[in-house]
Design a protein around this ligand. Structure first.
Ligand code: FPP
Length: 249
C-alpha cells in the first residue's frame, strides 16, 4: 500500500528529475533601446544604432555557442518608415554596410542569411546586397540568420493572403499548414524564445503568427549593452519555463 509520505516523496522526486528545456532551436530578438542608450551617453540616436550594429557579432556568436540554429533579428519595422528621414537613412545605410562588410565572414562561418519582410520599398543597392548575400550563403547550415527588415507581422499576413489569392487557392484548401507556407518564414521553425531588450513588454507587430507559443523574455538592458552574460540569463530563464502548448502536462 502506498502511504501519504511515499506519495509526497515520489512527487518531489519527479519534480527534481524534471528535464529542463533543451536550448531553443529558434531565438527571435526585438533589439530595442538604441535611442535611449544614445541619450544616456549624451550621443545622437544614430550613434545608438551604430553601437547596436556593432553588438551583432558577439551576440550571434554567443547563440551559436549555445546551440541555437535559427536567429531572427528585428532590424526595421513597417512602422519605422515614419521616423525622421535622417534616422531612416542611417538605418538603411547601416544594414547595407554591415551586409557588405560582413557577408564573406558570415559565409565562412557557415551562416545562412535570410531576409523577412517587404523588399520592394528598399533602395536598389540594398535590395541587391540582400539578394546577393542570400544567394551566396544559401547552402550554409550552422546557423540561419533571418534579418527582419521592413517587416511587419500584419503586412506578412496580408501578403500571404494576397499570394494565396494570386495562386487561386480555394477557401476549403486553406488551413494552418498552407498559410504557414505562404509566410515570409516558410521553412523556418517557429521561434521558441522571443527576447525584447529595453524593458518594453510588447510584440510590436513582430512574428505575430509564428510566436503563438514562443516564450517571451524581457530585459531592461538596452540593446547595445546586451552582452554574452545577458544571453546566458535569457537562456537560463527559458530553460526554467514549462512549455505546454495549450496542453495539460
Ligand atoms: C530600436 O531602438 C532599434 C531599431 C529600430 C533598429 C535596430 C537596428 C540595428 C541594431 C541595426 C541592425 C542591423 C542588422 C544588419 C541586423 P529604438 O531606436 O526604438 O530605441 P528607443 O526605443 O530607445 O528610441
Amino acid at each position: 500500500m502506498t502511504t501519504k509520505v511515499e506519495l509526497n516523496a515520489s512527487a518531489n522526486a519527479s519534480e527534481q528529475t524534471q528535464i529542463p528545456n533543451p536550448p531553443p532551436e529558434h531565438v527571435a530578438i526585438i533589439m530595442d533601446g538604441n535611442g535611449r542608450w544614445a541619450a544616456s551617453h549624451g550621443k545622437p540616436r544614430s550613434e545608438g544604432h551604430r553601437a547596436g550594429t556593432e553588438n551583432l557579432r558577439r551576440i550571434i556568436e554567443a547563440f551559436i555557442r549555445h546551440g541555437v540554429r535559427y536567429l531572427t533579428l528585428f532590424a526595421f519595422s513597417t512602422e519605422n518608415w515614419n521616423r525622421p528621414d535622417d534616422e531612416v537613412q542611417t538605418l538603411l545605410e547601416l544594414v547595407d554596410s554591415v551586409i557588405r562588410s560582413e557577408v564573406n565572414e558570415l559565409h565562412s562561418e557557415g551562416i545562412r542569411l535570410r531576409h523577412i519582410g517587404r523588399i520592394d520599398r528598399l533602395p536598389t543597392d540594398l535590395r541587391r546586397s540582400i539578394r546577393e548575400s542570400i544567394e551566396l550563403t544559401k547552402d550554409n547550415t550552422r546557423l540561419t540568420l533571418c534579418v527582419a527588415f521592413d517587416y511587419g507581422g500584419r503586412a506578412e499576413i496580408v501578403d500571404a493572403v494576397r499570394s494565396m489569392i494570386a495562386d487561386d487557392v480555394q477557401a476549403e484548401d486553406v488551413n494552418e499548414d498552407l498559410l504557414r507556407r505562404y509566410m515570409y518564414t516558410n521553412g523556418i521553425p517557429d521561434p521558441d524564445l522571443v527576447i525584447r531588450t529595453s524593458g518594453e513588454q510588447r510584440l510590436s507587430n513582430f512574428l505575430l503568427w509564428q510566436a503563438a507559443y514562443a516564450e517571451y523574455y524581457s530585459t531592461s538592458v538596452y540593446w547595445p549593452d546586451f552582452n554574452e552574460a545577458e544571453v546566458d540569463r535569457a537562456l537560463e530563464a527559458y530553460s526554467r519555463r514549462k512549455r505546454r502548448f495549450g496542453k495539460v502536462r
